[in-house]
Structures are given as structure tokens and as C-alpha cells.
Write a protein that binds this ligand. Structure first.
Ligand code: UD1
Ligand code: UDP
Length: 368
């Protein structure tokens, strides 16, 4: 069996890393292709997991648009697939790398295995363009690795044959358990000097395209208000490199006392910040999946989520991007200990850390 794995962004790298480690461990031939839809924040993850790609398509451009990313991936991956002729191409999640690479594989009639299949909002502009990237990847894929039963049922309802769907858990939990280290000490300022014991830390991450502009302004203004009105609260925000995000974050949050706007973080220190935070404000998919394992309440800064499981178990709440609603919900977590404790439970609906092992077992069984 000859496996090819393609990914291009930070979350895909984190979620593919354990699978690559498992292929290594089992000595299964595999080719690693990175599109480098992201550059710096992808390289950070390759380094921490010690992954050396065989092909680096190096496509990222400053402030790239969706047309560019889609066509660049298609054009650049074509000769690689032609040369390697893998038995299966593994893609992950919902990025434009995921969809465009799947399409390229389809054009060559190479079977696609979709890791983290079946997540849905059924709202094609939320998340944008990820909902459609995911649905189109489903149409193309041969093997659907669903993280949860909910995701599997979505695929069954869309007519995917149950025999081709495998509930494996999410590989993000494999990655998190590989990296989490409760004794980790921050080597650098400002994190090294933050008083995580006497101060309550809110961790913010925000980067979604559908939140650019006004919604993101509301989120940042709410964060500013929360810090200004709660003297024991500090905000840590590793700002995503997307220029649309950088600009607004600086406009609204730069130079506010107890607000730390920092560079995107390496995975290990980021996991430690999640672990030490009081709660998390995020529009990130991966963070929604990781936080329940660490027992951290999450307020989700989105109108919809394709990850309802954490909301159902009560560790996450969908709050949207309205400034007043965010302030009300966050203030309640800060002021009402019993409400806080209700959400701060270590219930993790997303996996047991063995998703990669299951995926490799299934590939070995299905591909001859
Ligand atoms: C992308 C994915 C999104 C995913 C997110 C994870 C698409 C359409 N979007 O969004 O699904 O949730 O990644 O973070 O696939 N940049 C850098 N350095 C980096 C990374 C990005 O400078 O290491 C800047 C560049 O100017 C780049 C821009 O960010 O053009 C946007 O990158 P892009 O991958 O198109 O979109 P994201 O918003 O990062
Ligand atoms: N992450 C990280 N450093 C950061 C912010 C996030 O390592 O500064 C990790 C986070 O733990 C999660 C993943 O990046 O595993 C999420 O990526 P992102 O939010 O960019 O994308 P999404 O999951 O929304 O697609």
C-alpha cells in the first residue's frame, strides 16, 4: 500500500501529524505533500512534530484569495500525483487545500480518504468556504473517517454507503495527548511573567472569513470591555497572520493594559495556555475540539457550528459575534462560579487518542 498525505494549513498539520507518526511506526510507505497554503504557521507545526515533507508546493502569497489557492493547489499537485501514483490520497477537514487536492486526485481516479468527514452546518456561507469544501470533498471521497456518530449520521443521510464510513474519533485528540505537558514552563515574555494563579486569563482566537469586518470588530470590542471592567482579567490573543485579522486586532486591542497580542504560537505553549486559561473565546474549529479534554469552558464566536457535540455535553456555548451578547455570557462565567463549574468539566466527545491507529487499520484492510 502506498499512501499519500496532503495538507497545507496549521490545523491540518496538527491533525495529520499523528497519522504520519502512525504510518512511520507501522513502516507503511507514504509520501507527504504540503501545499503550504500557510507558510510560517505550517512550518511551526512541521517542526514540533518533526515532519519532513517529500514535496513542498510552497503556494502561499500575501493576502491570497480563494481563486488563487484553489488553482495553485490544482496546478502544483498535478505533477506530484502523476509521478507518485499513490493507492490513496489522505486529506483532512475543510480547507481549500483539502477540496482542491481531492479534486486533483479525482481527476486521476486516485481514491481519496477524508479524515474528519461528515461535519456540517448546512449553511453554505457559514463557515465560508469550509462548509462547501467539506461537502464537495464528501462527494469525491472513497473512505470517510468520521470523528463521531453524529458526523457519520450526516453522511448516511447524504447517501454515503455506511460500509464506507468509519467512526474513528478525531485525530486532534491524538495530537493533543502527544503534546500536552502540565509541567511546561513558558520560556519567553510576556507569557513567562503572567500571573496565571491570581489573575484570570481569557484566551482568544479568531480568524474566520465570515467574521471579517464588523463581526470581528464586535468581538474585539467585547474583549476590550471585559478586560477594562475586570481588574483581575488578562487577555491572551495569538493573532492569526491573516492581514484582515491583524489590522482589526491592532486597531482595537493594541496598547490596552492586560491585553497581550502575540504572534501565532507553537503548539506546545499554545496547549499550555489553553490549560491555564480560565475560559476560551474562539471561532476556531480545532480549539472547540481540544478545550473539552482540558476542562475549559468555550464561548464559540460563531452563528453556527459544525461541532455541536461539545455544546450538547455543556462545555461549549454558541454566542455569536454580537458585542453585548459576548459581554453578557463572558461576564456570567466570570461572576457566577456555579455556572462556570457546570461548563468546566473534562468531558470529551471527540475521541480517545487512538483515531490514527484506527484509520491505518482500516486502510490496511481496505487497500490491497
Ligand atoms: C485558512 C483556511 C481555514 C482554516 C484556517 C486555519 C481556507 C479557505 N481557509 O484560513 O479553513 O480554518 O486557514 O488557520 O482554506 N498568512 C501568513 N502566514 C501564514 C499563514 C497565513 O502570512 O503562515 C496570511 C497570508 O497573507 C495569507 C493569509 O494569511 O494570504 C490567508 O491565508 P489562507 O490560508 O488563505 O486563509 P486563512 O484565513 O489562514
Ligand atoms: N493553535 C496553535 N497556535 C495558535 C493558535 C492555535 O497551535 O497560536 C492550534 C490549536 O491548538 C488548534 C489549531 O491550531 O489545534 C487550530 O487552528 P486554527 O484555529 O487556525 O484553524 P481551525 O481549527 O479553525 O480550522
Amino acid at each position: 500500500m502506498k499512501v499519500a498525505i496532503v495538507f497545507g494549513t496549521r490545523p491540518e498539520a496538527i491533525k495529520m501529524a499523528p497519522l504520519i507518526k502512525e504510518l512511520d511506526r507501522r513502516k507503511i510507505e507514504h509520501t507527504i505533500i504540503v501545499t503550504a497554503q500557510h507558510r510560517e504557521i505550517l512550518d511551526q507545526k512541521l517542526e514540533v512534530f518533526n515532519i519532513k515533507p517529500h514535496y513542498d508546493l510552497d503556494i502561499m502569497q500575501h493576502d491570497q484569495d480563494l481563486f488563487y489557492v484553489t488553482t495553485a493547489v490544482l496546478n502544483e499537485i498535478k505533477p506530484v500525483l502523476l509521478k507518485e501514483k499513490p493507492d490513496v490520497l489522505l486529506v483532512q477537514g475543510d480547507t481549500t487545500t483539502t477540496f482542491a487536492a481531492s479534486l486533483a486526485a479525482y481527476y486521476f481516479k486516485i481514491p481519496v480518504g477524508h479524515v474528519e468527514a461528515g461535519l456540517r452546518t448546512w449553511n453554505k456561507f457559514n463557515p465560508y468556504p469550509e462548509e462547501i469544501n467539506r461537502q464537495l470533498t464528501t462527494r469525491i471521497a472513497e473512505f470517510h473517517f468520521a470523528p463521531t456518530e453524529w458526523a457519520k449520521n450526516n453522511l448516511v443521510r447524504e447517501g454515503i454507503k455506511p460500509n464506507n464510513i468509519f467512526v474513528t474519533g478525531n485525530t486532534v485528540i491524538d495530537a493533543l495527548l502527544m503534546i500536552v505537558d502540565p509541567k511546561y514552563q513558558f520560556p519567553e515574555e510576556p507569557l513567562r511573567s503572567i500571573d496565571f494563579i491570581n489573575h484570570r486569563i481569557i484566551l482568544l482566537t479568531s480568524h474566520r472569513r465570515e467574521n471579517f469586518g464588523e463581526p470581528m470588530e464586535q468581538v474585539f470590542s467585547a474583549c476590550r470591555y471585559l478586560v477594562e471592567h475586570n481588574p483581575d482579567v488578562e487577555l491572551i490573543y495569538p493573532v492569526h497572520p491573516n492581514p484582515n485579522v491583524q489590522k482589526k486586532a491592532k486597531e482595537i486591542l493594541a496598547n490596552v493594559p492586560r491585553v497581550h497580542l502575540i504572534e501565532p504560537m507553537e503548539y506546545k505553549p499554545f496547549v499550555q495556555v489553553m490549560n491555564k486559561a480560565y475560559f476560551i473565546l474562539t471561532d476556531s474549529g480545532g480549539v472547540q475540539e481540544e478545550a473539552p479534554t482540558l476542562g475549559k469552558p468555550v464561548l464559540v464566536l460563531r452563528k453556527t457550528t459544525e461541532r455541536p457535540e461539545a455544546i450538547e455535553v455543556g462545555t461549549a456555548k454558541l454566542v455569536g459575534t454580537d458585542k453585548n451578547v459576548i459581554i453578557k455570557e463572558a461576564q456570567q462565567l466570570l461572576s457566577d462560579k456555579s455556572k462556570y463549574l457546570e461548563m468546566a468539566t473534562k468531558t470529551n466527545p471527540y475521541g480517545d487518542g487512538k483515531a490514527s491507529e484506527r484509520i491505518v487499520n482500516i486502510l490496511l484492510e481496505k487497500i490491497h
